[in-house]
Ligand binder design. Structure first.
Ligand SMILES: NC(=O)C1=CN([C@@H]2O[C@H](COP(=O)(O)OP(=O)(O)OC[C@H]3O[C@@H](n4cnc5c(N)ncnc54)[C@H](OP(=O)(O)O)[C@@H]3O)[C@@H](O)[C@H]2O)C=CC1
Ligand SMILES: CC(=O)[C@@H](O)[C@H](O)COP(=O)(O)O
Ligand SMILES: [Mn+2]
Length: 376
């Protein structure tokens, strides 16, 4: 039986991973998990799954050091400490945001298999994280639905020509560009096909999520030949075009439990889920309208420039947080990203190690905060 640790265990991916475990007939033993602050939900998970190690980055005063036989780590580096003690065979990295990178680095030391949902680990970590996996002999299995699909499509292939990354188009796909000026938080959070955490749902509306995913695919599959197509019902999870003109598509219902389970059980498929209706499900693709998704104008400029990958993610995380708190408008997110990217591009920063990444991530957050406070 394999042991498992889940970072971000209370989130959208974490919760769906728990549902998957309930169906895998005890073939995986969940021994630990970590969260930011949600003690109420973590407590229930400890009770139900008998965790041995848990961590909270921002614990309240009521959180004990032990709970029902589970050791609780608290504060800075708590997830890293819990990962070390748990020493699990598999780590599912389902933390949201840049905080996930440190968790992935630590998991690389202690877990053979990294089931990676946290796309920011690759966006920020780039070749440095891939080299770390190589050095430590990790198996990296992507969980992000498109990347799980592509991973499956390219198995055994060596004539890959181009990746077609699919997008739902997000919650604002039927709006006209002029309508984006006064969009509310509720409109943005109403995703048409997936139920996810708040930041990724906003990023899906703006297509920042898709740029992060292009960068993720760039590192995972070692190509910059990547196009984005909208598939409105999210049944095609991505496509790969081969040199002989064949295009393989990954078809399935939009449900994250499938790629989560696949990352746990690969190369087996032990998870049973509904078979999609191949007669009545439409397969259509559209090119994204750049006026509706203005951040896409930056894609060619960003892709392959490590410091701009970091700048995009940091500025977006800060701006989305302000937007969700009602302090800036939807289109201000894009203004903040553009400003930070321009500032970082001028500096021509060379990223040599993980500390450079953490420093630049911090610097970009400061620039974004200043821009929002002074210019918006
Ligand atoms: N949701 C989805 O369907 C998909 C998500 N992803 C990626 O997976 C990741 C998680 O997304 P999602 O589940 O939607 O996010 P959620 O916001 O739903 O959940 C985030 C989780 O991370 C925890 N967390 C946040 N900060 C820290 C920290 N510093 N230390 C420890 N735990 C922390 C949260 O804890 P707390 O509850 O205490 O706040 C929560 O458990 C993201 O990188 C996202 O891009 C990729 C594809 C699909
Ligand atoms: C489920 C998943 O993998 C998300 O990352 C998804 O891609 C978001 O939907 P969009 O295609 O709308 O960005
Ligand atoms: Mn995705």
């Amino acid at each position: 039986m394999k042991t498992l640790f889940i970072t971000g265990i209370t989130g959208s991916i974490g919760t769906q991973a728990l549902d998957v475990l309930n169906t895998l007939n005890d073939s995986i033993n969940l021994i630990g998990g970590s969260v930011n602050s949600n003690w109420r939900k973590l407590k229930i998970i400890i009770e139900k799954y008998g965790l041995k190690y848990a961590a909270l980055a921002k614990p309240s005063n009521e959180v004990p050091n032990f709970y029902k036989g589970c050791k609780i780590f608290k504060g800075d580096n708590s997830t890293e400490n819990a990962i070390e003690k748990a020493n699990a065979d598999i780590s599912l990295i389902a933390t949201s945001g840049a905080a996930g990178l440190a968790h992935t680095i630590q998991a690389s030391k202690y877990s053979k298999r990294i089931a990676l949902a946290n796309k920011e680990s690759l966006v920020l970590g780039g070749d440095l994280i891939l080299n770390l996996f190589k050095k430590n002999g990790n198996e990296l299995i992507p969980v992000d639905s498109e990347h799980s699909a592509i991973f499956q499509l390219v198995l055994g292939e060596n004539s890959i020509d181009e990746i077609y990354l699919t997008a739902s188009g997000g919650s604002l796909r039927d709006k006209q560009p002029f309508e984006l000026k006064n969009i509310t938080k509720e409109q943005v959070l109403n995703h048409p096909t997936w139920s996810m955490g708040k930041r990724i749902t906003v990023d899906s509306a703006s297509m920042v999520n898709k740029i992060l995913e292009v960068i993720e695919a760039y590192y995972l599959f070692n190509t910059n030949k990547i196009k984005i197509f909208i598939n409105r019902n999210s049944h095609i999870h991505s496509m790969v075009k081969f040199k002989d003109g064949v295009i393989k598509m990954h078809f399935g219902k939009p449900n994250m439990k499938v790629p989560i389970a696949y990352a746990f059980t690969y190369p087996d498929r032990l998870y049973e889920y509904e078979i999609p209706d191949i007669i009545n499900t439409e397969i259509n693709f559209e090119e994204p309208d750049i006026q509706k998704y203005p951040v896409l104008k930056n894609l060619d400029r960003i892709l392959g420039n490590h410091s701009l990958h970091i700048a995009l993610n940091a500025s977006d995380e800060v701006a989305v947080d302000y937007f969700l708190k009602g302090n800036i408008k939807y289109l201000d997110i894009n203004k903040t990203i553009n400003y930070v990217i321009n500032e970082i591009e001028k500096k021509q920063i060379n990223i040599k190690n993980f500390q450079d990444i953490f420093n630049l991530d911090n610097e970009c957050r400061k620039i974004a905060e200043e821009f929002i406070k002074e210019e918006l």
